[in-house]
Write a protein that binds this ligand. Structure first.
Ligand SMILES: [Zn+2]
Ligand SMILES: [Zn+2]
Length: 239
C-alpha cells in the first residue's frame, strides 16, 4: 500500500539511465538500446563471433568457422553470446558488475538465456568462479547471478561449487591477449570429477573478451569428462 503510494509520488526511474520511467525492468529507450545490440546473422559455428565483424559476409557462411577456430581447437564445443559488448549493453554490464545493480541480473540473465540454442540440453549450468578475495570485495559473483537465471529458464541445476578458482590472478582488463592467456593459466580446477563426468555442462559468464578465462575453465571441465558449451551475456566483436 505504502509502496504503491510512493510509486505515484515518486515513480521509479530506470536503473540504467536514471532518467526514463520504468516500464518493467528498464525504461523503454534503454530496453530498445540493449535489444538493438543483439547478435544475429551468420556466426562462427564454434565460438559464435558474427562474421559481420569482418565485413559483409553472405548467409552461405552459416555453419562455417572463423579463422581463430580453424587454427586452434577450442576446449568447448560451442559458445554463444546474446549481445555485442558495446553501447548500452556495456553500460548495463558495468552498472550490474561494478555498480552493484544486482537487480539487473534477472533481466540480463533472461536475455542471455535466449541465445542458449545448443544441440544438447545442459545437465548442469556452471558459472565462471570468482576468487574468494574478489568475491568478498564485490559481494557477489555476477556470473552466478546470470547462471541462476539461465538455469531457471533451461530447467537445469546450477553447480557453483565444483569448479573453483585455485589461484588468484591479476584483473584481465589491463592485459593484452597473450598476457591474458599466461595470467589465467591453471587458475581453475574441478573439485569432484563426478559432478561433470559424461555431462553436458553449460558454462556461463558475463562477457567473452579474448575468451582466455572461458577456455581455461572449459579445459578444466573437459579434463573432468564434460562436454562444454558456453553462454555469455555479451562479447567483444574485436579481440
Ligand atoms: Zn533507461
Ligand atoms: Zn570461431
Amino acid at each position: 500500500m505504502l509502496a504503491s503510494l510512493l510509486d505515484i509520488v515518486f515513480p521509479p526511474v530506470c536503473p540504467l539511465c536514471e532518467e526514463g520511467l520504468m516500464d518493467g525492468t528498464l525504461c523503454a529507450d534503454c530496453r530498445g538500446g540493449i535489444l538493438s545490440k543483439k547478435i544475429k546473422g551468420p556466426i562462427c559455428a564454434v565460438c559464435g563471433i558474427p562474421f559481420i565483424a569482418y565485413g559483409d559476409v553472405p548467409e552461405t557462411h552459416k555453419g562455417r568457422l572463423c579463422g581463430g577456430c580453424i587454427t586452434e581447437k577450442t576446449p568447448f564445443k560451442e559458445a554463444r553470446s546474446a549481445f555485442a559488448y558495446e553501447g548500452l549493453v556495456l553500460e548495463a554490464v558495468h552498472r550490474f558488475k561494478y555498480g552493484g545493480r544486482v537487480a539487473l541480473a534477472g533481466y540480463l540473465g533472461r536475455l542471455a538465456s535466449e541465445a542458449a540454442e545448443f544441440p544438447a540440453r545442459p545437465h548442469v549450468v556452471v558459472p565462471v568462479p570468482l576468487h574468494k578475495d574478489r568475491l568478498r570485495k564485490r559481494g557477489f559473483n555476477q556470473s552466478l547471478l546470470l547462471a541462476r537465471e539461465v538455469a531457471k529458464r533451461l530447467r537445469a541445476p546450477v553447480d557453483y561449487v565444483n569448479l573453483k578458482r585455485v589461484r588468484k590472478t591479476d584483473p584481465q582488463i589491463n592485459l593484452r591477449s597473450r598476457e591474458r592467456e599466461e595470467n589465467i593459466k591453471g587458475a581453475f580446477a574441478v573439485r569432484d570429477d563426478k559432478a561433470f563426468s559424461d555431462k553436458n555442462v553449460l558454462l556461463v559468464d558475463d562477457v567473452f573478451t579474448t575468451g582466455a578465462t572461458i577456455r581455461e575453465c572449459a579445459k578444466a571441465l573437459k579434463y573432468a569428462g564434460a562436454e562444454v558449451y558456453v553462454l555469455t551475456l555479451a562479447r567483444t566483436l574485436i579481440a
